[in-house]
Each structure stands twice: as C-alpha cells, then as structure tokens.
Design a protein around this ligand. Sequence first.
Ligand SMILES: [Zn+2]
Length: 434
Amino acid sequence: MNKAIHLGEEIYALVSRLYPICRSITGNGVRESFAILSEHIPLQVREVATGTKVFDWTVPREWNIKDAWIKNERGEKIVDFKKCNLHVLSYSVPVHAKLSLGELKQHIFALPEHPDRIPYRTSYYKENWAFCMTHRQLTQLRDGQYEVCIDSSLEEGHLTYGELFVQGKTADEVLISCHTCHPSLVNDNLSGVALATFLARSILSGEPRYSYRFLFIPGTIGSITWLALNESKVRNIEHGLVLAGVGDAGKFHYKKSRRGDAEIDRAAVHVLKSFGDFGVEEFSPYGYDERQFCSPGFDLAVGCLTRTPHGQYSEYHTSADDLNFVRPEYLGESFERCIAIVNLLESNRVYKNLNPKCEPQLGRRGLYQMIGGHEGGKRKELALLWVLNQSDGEHSLLDIAERSGLPFELINEAADALMEHELLELCESNGGNT
Ligand SMILES: [Zn+2]
C-alpha cells in the first residue's frame, strides 16, 4: 500500500469518527469534535462569548440540541433526530406542539428533485424551527394530528473554534483554514477538517521555514471572528489555503485569491498541473471563508482547494454526502497535493548565480557525470542550465519552473546541486529571513 493511500485510510477513519456528531456554528457538538482532533494535534480551543462584536457582525447565541422527533397519531416516531441529525433545521428554537398535517408542512424541508435524500438546512440569524425529511416520506404523510418536539436551547454561551500555531524559522505564516460547522456531512466539510488535521501533524513533525496557523472555524462567522480578534497577526500571513470538499471523486479545483497572481495561486496551479487534469477558477466573492480573508480590508493571499467545487455535485448539502460519497483514496490524493504545495512554498527561494559570466564548466565539477547515468538526465541538465541562467537575484525557483516548463521539484534539485558546488548563493532579502 503506498503512503498516500495508507494516509487516506487514516484520514477517512477520523472522518468516520466525527461523522455522527451534530455540529453547528456553535455548541457542544463542535467541542466534542475538537476533543477528537486534540487526540491528533495540540489544538488550542478558543471560546468567544455571545454578543461579542466582530466587525459588522455579533457572535450569536449558542445552540445545543438533545433530541427531536415527529410522532404520528399512533405515537410512532416517523422522524428521529437520533437516527440522522440532518432531520432538524440547524438553530431550530425549541418546540413541543400538536399540529395538523397542513400546519406541519409549513415546517418541513424536502427535495423533490432527489426524493430519497434529506436536505441540510440552517437558520442561524432568523428564529425558526423546522424538520428536514425525504420527499418520498413527505408525500406519504396522511392527514391527521402530529406531535412535534425539538428539545434544543438557544442561549447566551460561546462560539468555539480551534487554532494551532506551528512556529517555523521565520515569522511569515501559511494559513490553513477549514469550516467545522456542518453536522453529518462528509465531503463538506469533514474531509477538509480531517485533511487539515493530518497536514498539521505532518508539519509538526518537521522543521518548517514558514510558521503555520491552522484554523478550525465555523463558516463565515468563524473567519470574521478570528480576523476581528487577531487583526495584529494578519500581517504575517504570506500564503493561505481554505480546504473544503477534498474527499469526493471529482477532479481538483483551485480557486485563486483575490490578488489572482499571488505565490500561493501560482504554487497551487503548478502542483495540480504536475499531477494531471484539474480546474482553476478566478476569485469570486462567493464560496467559503476565502471571502472574508480576501475582503478588501485584508486582501490576503488565500485561495481555496477543493475537488468538485461546492454546489456543483448533487450530493452537496444532502444526506447523500455521506461516508460512501467520500473515499480514502481521494483523501489520500488530496493530502499528497497539499503536501506538495507546502513543499513548494517551503523551497521557493531566490538564488544568485556566483559564476554569471558565461556558463560554468559543469563537467569539470562532476555535475554532468552526476546526472548522466540517470533516466531523464537531459531534463536534469536543462534544469541546471535554467537555474544558472535565471538566478540573477530576481527570479524565484517557481519563476524558473514556470518559464522553463520543468517541474518545480527538478528545478529545486538542480538548485540544491548547484548550491553544493558553490555556484549559487541564497538571496536572503528575497527568500525569507531564516
Ligand atoms: Zn456547506
């Protein structure tokens, strides 16, 4: 079993553990999920009080739910929150009442176009209560009295988020963010949550040049809250990725930051291209938390990595986004690409050719011999020549990879070999201050 597939199995196992928990933008389900993540990484769990002003928003009341059901006239539970937490509109206020079918239908969501799926619905900022069920079940309900109960609470409390900071050699940061607010939905976004956890674990085991900040936050209100409370830290963020929808079978998509030509945009595109077919989307102010990170007052270099983009698969926000829709191998592939992007950022330095007047004699230094015996020696030779030619203190290794059409890894290896032979020097001013 190769390493990526093995890791994919581990990521999937974490997803499977988190799956049954009822999460929302606040509440105990989020805390329970973070307790599980804390078994893998030293997560700092932060609590922000209800009513805290965060830019134009206010941290909402905390929502918790114990149980919910609909009973028919015979007292049989026909909808049971304990069987599937998608059955309840997230942030439903408590209710216990007897209703006619007509009245009940005012509080039901279903999907006629997918009659066997339960939709996922929320009402965070408008008080409401409702149930979600399959369209098939809805059409089978007979006239009569129904008893409904939602045993929930909406009270002063906290918004809970998780944060992990990994100190690197420089203060410059890479931000990795994922939303943690959805209940039993796997691709959106337990896939991103579990992938970020394993990415963090991998970075913790190394000695990175950059510092890394991982955020596990509720969508929208979480990023707004973090940005409002951490404005002074934002200037250190050099690159960022929002991870969401990374466990389905679809091809990879990268959505560029608002800047469009940031290093993270180029790095992500270069890596995805090196693995095969992929899609790129220009920035738009819709989607996940890149909307907030890329708002004009911050304009951070934060893009979004997904497989099939949100809303472009029919399972999206329905009970069909389950443990069958996401597979370990796809999670493993996503991990592979994330690590490749991280490695590219880590190695993307600017060098200066110490022998810029004509080409140095590579054969005399054993550089041709070194590469001659290998398969693809010609490409390695080309990589050496490109690095020497472009390393004038102005061009990064990614610039050189893009211009030469050669893979970044090959260009990076060539730079390492030339450094070993003292034909290059690192330009500190332009390549991070180690
Ligand atoms: Zn979603």
